[in-house]
Design a protein around this ligand. Structure first.
Ligand SMILES: [Zn+2]
Length: 284
């Protein structure tokens, strides 16, 4: 893989830059709807350009069995669900009227954001890890392992029910603590932004940042073809959880480009098929 000084720029510039812009906008009291979507759209365009001109794997640039259309539907469904969750969270928070007040509201917004994002990300880690051990959760999660390439849209190839389950623990804890909706909105947008980089087919390097963040060079190992080989590197934004809880996958050099899930040969390639697959009767 090409690796030169430029390789180390995209991740910090776009991920940290985008996150800093989100935090700055929301801490000024601007509405999430005015700040979040434009920043995510700009980041997506930059990621698309990098995939085009600075790919990690040339073979992953091409559509595989119509996966681009399938993944665009997953993106649309999951982002809609995420926005509905945010609206629900905002509605419930306004109903409780700040009765739940354990949240450190006197902290600067950026510190509240860091705490909120870490809690949300820990919930994502926990459900992702459980999804590799609990059979019914695996049925919902397996479609995430079905693609034959790893590129920016794969991050959103997740079943709608699994999407809701992954976010639920973090949102529940944040809600019980009384975290403001602006903090939750910022954390959710950061997850979306990071997923683009975690799966991005970009020849970027993270350097020492991979010890903290679950970047593509770590996550690609989570897309190896055998189920037995992908029991680790569960982190969404942070790789810290895998290091802390002993689930970091062994790796040597670059992860294989031949990805997919050999142990689930019946996984469909179309969107509706992927949503119904977990509920189909298993043969044998
Ligand atoms: Zn997984």
């Amino acid at each position: 893989m090409r690796s030169h000084p430029f390789s180390y720029l995209p991740y910090p510039l776009i991920f940290f830059g985008g996150t800093a812009a989100l935090v700055a906008g929301l801490s000024q009291g601007l509405s999430y709807w005015r700040v979040g979507p434009p920043i995510l759209l700009l980041a997506a365009l930059l990621v698309l350009a990098l995939e085009r001109w600075f790919p990690h794997a040339e073979v992953w640039r091409k559509d595989h069995d119509g996966d681009t259309a399938t993944d665009l539907l997953h993106v649309t469904g999951n982002l809609a669900l995420s926005q509905v969750s945010l609206l629900l969270y905002t509605g419930v928070t306004s109903l409780t009227g700040g009765a739940l007040s354990w949240w450190p509201r006197d902290w600067p917004f950026w510190a509240q954001f860091l705490l909120g994002t870490a809690l949300l990300d820990l919930g994502l880690y926990a459900i992702h890890r459980a999804s590799h051990h609990v059979p019914w959760l695996w049925r919902l999660h397996a479609i995430h392992h079905s693609p034959r390439r790893v590129y920016w849209l794969n991050g959103q190839r997740r079943h709608l029910i699994h999407e809701a389950l992954e976010g639920a623990p973090g949102l529940l804890v944040l809600g019980l603590l009384g975290a403001p909706p602006a903090v939750v909105a910022c954390a959710l947008a950061t997850v979306t932004l990071h997923l683009m980089f975690q799966h991005g087919n970009i020849a970027y390097r993270a350097g020492f940042l991979r010890h903290v963040f679950a970047v593509a060079e770590l996550h690609r190992w989570h897309h190896q073809r055998l189920y037995a080989d992908v029991q680790g590197n569960y982190g969404g934004i942070l790789s810290v959880w895998d290091r802390l809880f002993g689930t970091a996958l062994p790796q040597k050099g670059e992860a294989p480009l031949d990805v997919g899930m050999d142990d689930e040969p019946t996984l469909p390639t179309d969107y509706v098929g992927q949503l119904t697959w977990p509920f189909r009767r298993r043969r044998g």
